[in-house]
Design a protein around this ligand. Structure first.
Ligand code: SDX
Length: 382
């Protein structure tokens, strides 16, 4: 079907609403959360502080930061019926599907939405942010046949998540790296899952149910699911020596190389740079892990070969995105690849919630037009 000038496939370039939560500056390869560059956030901020800023649009005072930190800690437990939903999932269920179901179950007790009641909506978002992390950890422990780990309230959000996942309190360096990885994934203007959250919430559906829909959108391999596929790609290549040829074959068959390309970025994704630097630091620290060394080396060659080959094909607008390095970093932290995309949701739930709360201040239901291309004078055939 030829592209009708009247519409843009995939809504490419279509401005669907105004927002001040974040901006992806594709040409410059820049990302800002409420105006602050992601590099500065990665260097100086924490998940708790950024949760406050994204949800409320202003940086917290010391007291406000202490309060949101306490509120996140207080909401780490799950209702029994949500634990039952998680525990009854078949072992073969992908954790993103368990997460989506658990979010829908968390909506059981949601009442009618009060659009402009920011305090109630922010409190709901903080509770959900904390609970979502607990859901991901519980589902992961179940899949591995391990007992759920109760939260440790002296730990930060990032530390406690890693603790509930592994049963061990993480060292300060890896906990900080994970906190930074969460910061990098918290928001990204109108990506597919955030747009999905907005569409659902624009009908005045409750925030938790809207997040359940966003989880479904994030689960796709073209969106959040890519980081898991990047590591599978590295494993399927087998060794660094085979990486160059693998890229040549992939490009020759017009395959989509996971972790590359982006609808908006036309240069390196700034988040990829931060993730790569952390990965290189951890690879250096864990020199004895030969598998990790080989995986990093394979990814490095795929990365460099892709950039070199794409520039030759006038496709120099395809660059590594946030998903290219994140998986290798999480793997080095002992996290299983099937849990990578749920971890994306652990961070992005804050962005989804921030957009919903912002949109509700001046809400209008999304209902785009359609270009009908079917028959207009058909009749029932008897
Ligand atoms: C995320 O939107 C966001 O902000 C998302 C995200 C966020 O934080 O929320 O940044 C997170 O989802 C990152 C993207 C993760 N997905 C992947 O890594 C999957 C691989 N990437 C592609 O599927 C693709 O690049 C998308 C989905 C990311 C973007 O799709 P577009 O904008 O619709 O681009 P396209 O598929 O129309 O491709 C345009 C051209 C095509 O070539 P032609 O047909 O014009 O000759 O670029 C080529 C594509 O073949 N291309 C690739 C490629 N991605 C695009 N070629 C090889 N490898 C790739 N990865």
């Amino acid at each position: 079907m030829t592209q009708d000038p009247g519409f843009s496939k995939g809504l490419a370039g279509v401005v669907a609403d105004a927002t001040s939560v974040s901006q992806v500056q594709g040409e410059e390869g820049r990302l800002i959360y409420r105006g602050i560059p992601i590099e500065e956030i990665a260097e100086k901020s924490t998940f708790e502080e950024m949760t406050y800023l994204l949800l409320r649009g202003k940086q917290p005072t010391k007291e406000e930061l202490a309060k949101i930190t306490a509120d996140l800690k207080a909401a780490r437990a799950l209702p029994k019926y949500v634990e039952t939903v998680i525990d009854s999932a078949p072992k073969s269920a992908h954790p993103m599907m368990i997460l989506q179901s658990a979010m829908a179950a968390l909506a059981f007790e949601q009442g009618p939405v009060k659009l402009t009641d920011v305090e109630t909506n922010v409190a709901s978002a903080i509770r959900l942010t904390s609970q979502l992390a607990t859901v991901v950890a519980r589902a992961s422990r179940n899949r591995r046949g391990l007992p759920a780990i109760a939260p440790k309230n002296e730990l930060s959000h990032a530390e406690n998540f890693l603790y509930m996942l592994s049963g061990n309190v993480p060292n300060k360096e890896e906990a900080r790296m994970f906190d930074v990885a969460l910061l990098l994934h918290m928001d990204h203007d109108f990506n597919a899952s955030t747009f999905a959250a907005r569409v659902i919430a624009s009908t005045e559906a409750n925030l938790v149910s809207s997040v359940s829909g966003a989880v479904g959108a994030l689960s796709g391999p073209l969106h959040g699911g890519a980081n898991e596929k990047v590591l599978a790609m590295a494993d399927s290549i087998g060794s660094p020596e085979k990486a160059k040829e693998w890229v040549h074959n992939a490009l020759a068959t017009k395959a989509k190389v996971m972790g590359f390309g982006h609808r908006v970025y036309r240069t390196m994704d700034p988040r990829a740079k931060v993730l790569r630097a952390m990965l290189e630091e951890l690879v250096e620290k864990k020199k004895s892990d030969t598998k990790a060394q080989a995986t990093y080396e394979t990814l490095r060659i795929v990365h460099d070969t892709m950039i070199e080959e794409l520039s030759k094909k006038e496709k120099d607008y395809i660059w590594p995105n946030v998903d290219f390095w994140s998986g290798a970093l999480y793997k080095l932290m002992g996290i299983e690849s099937i849990d990578f995309t749920p971890i994306f949701a652990v961070a992005r739930v804050v962005g989804w919630s921030s957009h919903i709360i912002e949109m509700w201040q001046d809400n209008r239901i999304y209902r785009p037009a359609a270009k009908y291309v079917g028959p207009t004078d058909a009749h029932i055939v008897r």
